[in-house]
Design a binder for this molecule. Structure first.
Ligand SMILES: *[C@@H]1O[C@H](CO)[C@@H](O)[C@H](O)[C@H]1NC(C)=O
Ligand SMILES: *[C@@H]1O[C@H](CO)[C@@H](O)[C@H](O)[C@H]1NC(C)=O
Ligand SMILES: *[C@@H]1O[C@H](CO)[C@@H](O)[C@H](O)[C@H]1NC(C)=O
Length: 279
């Protein structure tokens, strides 16, 4: 009996240990295990036994959550459904960030719009406290109708932003030309829904219509493949865009990019940042 018992235990438990410890692949399906609501009191909620998380914004406050864990390299996916209807003035931020003044940050920000007009997906990368690397996109679908997958791949060679598994932006490690790259500070995942009607929609011309409040964004199917201290076993540490995905990235940028700091002459009269000239 004891040997049979231990045999079974090994068969059943070892794969579980491996999948969650060597390469942390923790698709828990219970968002209570992964996140804490950290802002806005009851305006942020985890519902249906952890299946879905909602953030709301009303005329008093927005709301936000953060991950319980810190991450250092990996691939993080979340399905998000953005504020429906007239979402002008609202911003849903979804980002990885370390702490402190020299922090690193990898940002998605969704800027709302009046009904029928496109959301703007704003992206940025901070390294050692320095950002100013904005690229903005319109999406090829209405992000308020349904959930879509927003992903960050982060390894020592590259950072790739993807939407429904289509890469939209890559920030390569360019330390060889003196551009800092996030590779030593671990980050938490954060999201918040807030009012930014001084600047968000049409540059601040369109204000939040509080008659539409509360505004709600929803999250589900969080998936984190985390590499923390497991360099030898984490496949995402060596992943780079293959030629097919390089081509997809180029097409999306041609068709859907509406702002690129690397082509904004007015902003950089003294010359563009060094990473802009690296291909
Ligand atoms: C917020 O909205 C509620 C409900 O519409 C209203 O009763 C309240 O006066 C508003 N508060 C502020 C500070 O505008
Ligand atoms: C809102 O819609 C206008 C008009 O289509 C567009 O120019 C703008 O980029 C959209 N997004 C924001 C955040 O203003
Ligand atoms: C993993 O790789 C990173 C970047 O190459 C390096 O800084 C770090 O020391 C490595 N960690 C371990 C545990 O080997």
């Amino acid at each position: 009996m004891p040997s049979l018992f231990s045999f079974n235990i090994r068969l059943i438990l070892i794969p579980v240990f491996i999948s969650c410890m060597v390469v942390e692949y923790c698709a828990s399906n219970d968002l209570n295990q992964d996140f804490d609501i950290t802002w806005g009191n009851e305006r942020g909620e985890i519902l249906n036994n952890g299946e879905i998380l909602t953030l709301t914004l009303d005329n008093i406050s927005g709301s936000g959550f953060e991950s319980k864990k810190e991450y250092l390299f990996g691939k993080i996916d979340m399905q998000i459904k953005l504020v429906q209807g007239n979402s002008a003035g609202t911003v849903t931020a979804y980002y990885l960030s370390s702490k402190g003044s020299n922090h690193d940050e990898i940002d998605f920000e969704f800027l709302g719009n009046v009904s029928g007009e496109p959301y703007t997906l704003h992206t940025n990368v901070y390294t050692q406290g320095k950002g100013e690397r904005e690229q903005q996109f319109h999406l090829w679908f209405d992000p308020t109708n349904d959930f879509h997958i927003y992903s960050i791949l982060w390894n020592p060679q590259t950072i790739v932003f993807s939407v429904d598994n289509v890469p939209i932006r890559e920030f390569k490690n360019m330390e060889n030309i003196g551009v800092a790259f996030p590779k030593s500070q671990s980050m938490k995942l954060y999201s918040s829904l807030w009012n930014a009607d001084e600047w968000a929609t049409m540059g601040g011309l369109i204000k939040t219509d509080w008659a539409q409040a509360p505004f709600t964004a929803s999250y589900r199917n969080f998936n984190a493949n985390i590499c923390n201290n497991n360099n030898n076993s984490c496949k995402f540490l060596v992943e780079n865009l293959d030629p097919v995905n390089e081509e997809k990235l180029r097409r999306v940028q041609q068709k859907y990019m509406i702002y690129n700091y690397c082509t904004d002459n007015k902003r950089f009269p003294q010359g563009f940042p060094p990473e802009c000239s690296a291909t």
